[in-house]
Design a protein around this ligand. Sequence first.
Ligand SMILES: [Zn+2]
Length: 308
Amino acid sequence: MARPATMRAGPAAESLADVLDARVKVSDTATAWLDGELVKLADRVGDELGRLVQAGPSGKVGDATRAQLLRHNLQDVLDILDDLGMDDARQGWFARHAAVAQAAAASLEASGALDDADAALDTQAVRSAIAAHLGRTEETFWDGKVARPTAERILSELHRQALGGTLDDLAATIEVELGITRAQALTEARTSIAEFDRFVAEEVALEVDPTGSELLRYYGGPTDALLRPFCGELVGLVFTLEQVASLNNGQIGGVGGPIHFGGGYNCRHVWSAVHRDDVSAFGATLGTAGNVAAANAAAGDPGRRGKR
Ligand SMILES: [Zn+2]
């Protein structure tokens, strides 16, 4: 379906920062939900394994149990995890992406960059792009960073304990291991859902203005103590698509670089399209080549560790 080049509505919010606050919260809520699910899952896995290796009447774990544990392969553990709630967590996580997509599009509407976010989200091109992105995420993020690493940790611990360990503390050991997996999965989750948010916003913006001749990109999000130097040079400023393309966060390159990944791992900052005629109405400031250069230089700052 053909669409007009730009469907500009004009500013409908107090500030661009307000527009983005609501949007960032949707991703934060989804990530917090996933954290809760992974905590519950770890508890259930601990219980299940405790039951699996329960000592017999003699108080000793028999050879049969050890042999049974050694027979488990990765797929068995993945299946057990799904039964214990991993599959529900996956479905819930991806179901929450719909709200993230809506919030990303709504922020463009609130910034006045387009007058109907739903229409932009509903075009075939945008829907296909989102579906393809979700498909990739399910494999690279969920399988690669959540399900498999969790199953691998459990399996290696099962085998290690079955081969010579006491088995008594298997459940406790695995809960510790799962705590490590969970922390890593959350960093990946935060990074993945923020990437999805930026991806949707960018697809919608490109749908209404493919060349970036009218819509610029505002970089918004938190400016707290966690702010990494790269983001600190950019946050609150408005850039052209060309300037955004010349940014280098020094971390995640990938397909779109900072337009999709912001400052990189754990970054909570997002881009929102704003019409070039509305920049001053929002009291926003145009970024310069100097800002871009400063951000790229700051990306190499060793003080960035743990920053977002
Ligand atoms: Zn950031």
